[in-house]
Design a protein around this ligand. Sequence first.
Ligand SMILES: [Zn+2]
Length: 346
Amino acid sequence: MSVSKEPNFAYTIVPSPEHDYAGHPENAGRFQHFDLLEKLAGEQHLLEVQSSPASMDVVSSVHHPSYLEALQEVVGKGPAYVDYAPTYVTPASYEAAFLSAGGTLNVLDAVLLGQAQGGFALVRPPGHHATATRAMGFCLLNNIAIAARHAQERGFQRVMIVDIDVHHGNGTQEILENDPDILYLSTHQSGIYPGTGMLHDTGTEEGENSVVNIPLPARAGDEVFENVLRRVVHPLANRFSPDVMLVSAGFDAHWRDPLAGLQLTSAGYYQIATMLAQIVQEHCPGKVFVVLEGGYDPKAIVYSAMAIIQGLRLATLPSDPMGSAPYPEPDTDALIDTVLSLHNMR
Ligand SMILES: [Zn+2]
């Protein structure tokens, strides 16, 4: 008797080859090793979701119409820089950003509608720095914020967002922090771009304690993240009890990343994913969705992305040709204690 293996994890790839700027770290070459990911997807029978542009309606749930008009106008003048990060646009960037957001929503829908038990939108341009009114930090449309609003629209009211990019997702926080039904938790390297995400920044009055910022010292890596997941993320999830878990995955927290100084390995990303899978299993089985944010070492991106996919599925970790991180990790016990105190968890 043959048993057909049902697809249990959805993904899409939006490479946006024409949203590209020579010499810029957020370039189309970031996806150059994605043949490895496609091979894994084939072997593991993952569900490939087609990408289509996001509708103006859903994008407007997050971004002001005046910003979208300005963006459409400025891309016509591209290639050009539109902020100091620097964030660039080319004539293809408006469509690329809508396709990136649309691919995000199509994978999210596969998860929310039960066609898959989890999903990963591997899209660019990324999103978590973009605010309601401006492009920022290589980001044009805030994919994860749009995803959060879309999930709520579909009846998944309590949304937990875990942002493990090496940078703070200032845009995501700013857009969603007034909503008590959204818990935004970010780990990021302290003291780097964009300068937001301070420890004591726990949200606004309306959304009190709906923001959890964990700024980590340089060289924090797999062990520190294991502690953060076990001591902070899991207990906070238990208190919040999400209907859906959304993850902003940046692979610029990998030790090989050229822009920053944390030290995750692909095995560390795998461990994070297995721990998130456990939380999801307890609170919202099958409702976990990941979107790609930063990450500027093409090998670190593909191996870490595969590690996240396999970790969420509790499947085997692919081999890691890059190996372990070069430096010892700092002690972050006191930092974690402070986070717990700030959020009345101890
Ligand atoms: Zn980043």
